[in-house]
Structures are given as C-alpha cells and as structure tokens.
Design a protein around this ligand. Sequence first.
Ligand code: C5P
Length: 327
Amino acid sequence: MKPVSLRSFAKINLGLCIGPVRRDGFHELRTVYQTIALHDVVHITLGRGRGIELRCSDPRVPRDQSNTCWRMAEKMLQALKLKNRVVIEIEKRLPVQGGLGGASGNAAATLLGLERAAGKQLRPEDRLAIAAEVGSDVPLFLIGGTVMGVGRGEEVYPLPDLPAIPMVVATPEVGVATPHAFAEWDRWTAKEYGELTAEQASDRLKRFGSRVSTLLSVGSTLSGAPARGGSRVGSLLLDLVRTGIENDFERVVFPEYPELRDLKQALRRAGSVYASLSGSGSALYGLFRTKEDAKNAAARIVSSGTPAQATVTLGRGQLRKKTFLAG
Ligand code: C5P
C-alpha cells in the first residue's frame, strides 16, 4: 500500500512549573505548550502480514519497542482492530532529547497516519487516552497551537491561539534525559526548601495558572490590538515577559550544563524579547518581534558555533492544514 506521509511538528514550552511528586511517581505540572513550524516527516505504511518495523537513518533513534512510535503502533493496531504489518519511517530533523517533543510528535503522527491508512478513526477521547498512555507530551500534538498542559502534562486544553511569533530554536549537541532532570529537580527543591509542603507546592502551581490567565486576558492577546506604537507580537511578548512565567527546569539544567545558560544569554543579546529552555532541554528558543530579527539572531548564534534555525510558532488551524503531505 502507498505510505501516508505526515509532518510531525515540534513544540516549545512557554513556562513550565513543576509541582509535587504524585503517587504514580510522575510530577504534577503546569505548562503552556506551543507548536512550532519545525518538524520531522513520518511515513506510515500498512501492509499484508504482521509486525512493526521502524526505519530511521539517525542512529540515536531506537528502532525497537522502546520507541514511542512502536508503542503507539501496537496500541493503534489493537484499537482499530487491524491485522496488518506496519512500517514507520522517520525522517529525523528535530534534535533527539531536545525538549522539543520530537519523539512525542512522531508518536502522534503515527496515530494519525495509521487512522488515515486504515480509513478508520477513533473517537477523539479515545485518541487522547491512547496518546496519554504513550507519553505525557503526546496528547498536546492532537490539539496543536497554544495548549495548556496540566496533570503530568498529558491533560490538555486548547487555549486561544497566539499570533504567529517569529523565533529562533538553538539546538546544542548535548541531550538532556527528562527523568534525570526531574530527579535533579527533586534534589534541588529538597536542598532549597527542605521538604516543600503540599500547600507550598500547590501555591506555586496556582501562581503559574494565574499568570497564564493574566497573559491571555490582557488586551494585546485577546483583542489582537497592539499597544500604542507597537506591533501585536511586540506587545504580546512584553506581556509575556511581565508575567514572569519561567521554566523550572532551568534551575537544575543550567548548573549542570552552563553552556546552555550562556546560550540563553546569547539569544537575549541577539535581540530576543523572551528566551527560555524548552522542556528539560537541551534546546533553547528566543522569541522575536519580527522575522528579520529572528533571521539575524539565528545567523549570530550559528556563527558562534551552535546550530540554530529561525522559524515561527504554528497555530492550531495551520497545524491541521499542514500535517498531511500530499501523497
Ligand atoms: O510521560 P513520559 O514518558 O514522557 O515521561 C518520561 C519520564 O519523565 C517519566 O518516566 C518520569 O520519570 C518523568 N516525568 C515526571 N513527571 C511528569 C512527566 C514525566 O516525573 N509530569
């Protein structure tokens, strides 16, 4: 059968607040996910026979059951009651262990690709449930655009889409393992606060939620009207800075990888209004007022020796329109 080909977009986190460890061992968290235009390409083929085969020329991508696409394919074959062989081919462009949700996006693309190849669709709530079983960062890609993530990040709510924001993604060579970053966070909070009381921890989460709410209710975001003399994106970015939304992972990842802190500074010096680590890293991003600013900044970061690309945030509608490649 002919393959179904899809773009598997990346995400960044506009702030990420880590709460207490839950009974299931995961951390309660709050974050705003934002999908962006950078992507991998995934090809899904459904054929005669049985079994799952993964193809990827990047040696860092596992080709066995440990790959999120494999786990997704297993679950989808069962959910769609298919008795077929599945071949998943990943054209890897996004960094591995980069904090851009590359592997999670690939898993979401596998879900959508298998549905399309089989000519069958799950109910939206069943899709979200399967995505959440495969990984905390998978469901967001089924919504796309600007998305509130709560619970362990898998409980997702669409937020009003922000306008397209020019940005730079810098992808240093190092990979940061997310479980390790969470463990470091636990060590850091124990040292910093002694034991965080349940009340202190939930206050931090509430504060993050109210900052997001403030950001989304200020004039430039809701009405689309720019502050006097400025652009809509410019006003929005200033509002974002004012909220003080941060990514908690920076507190533990930067001391371990000081070059990432330096890279954030370099993005700021290159003119970004807001810069941050994405997820647990190692990718950092900077948001800019104009495409031109982002392009110039990317060139500066590249000339200082770190791979970087200018890109743009991707809203829900655009993501839906651009996901399937004509085949
Ligand atoms: O859900 P996902 O497979 O992406 O999570 C990878 C690992 O990250 C988990 O096994 C857990 O150690 C950690 N994690 C966590 N709290 C979260 C999300 C992930 O501790 N909210």
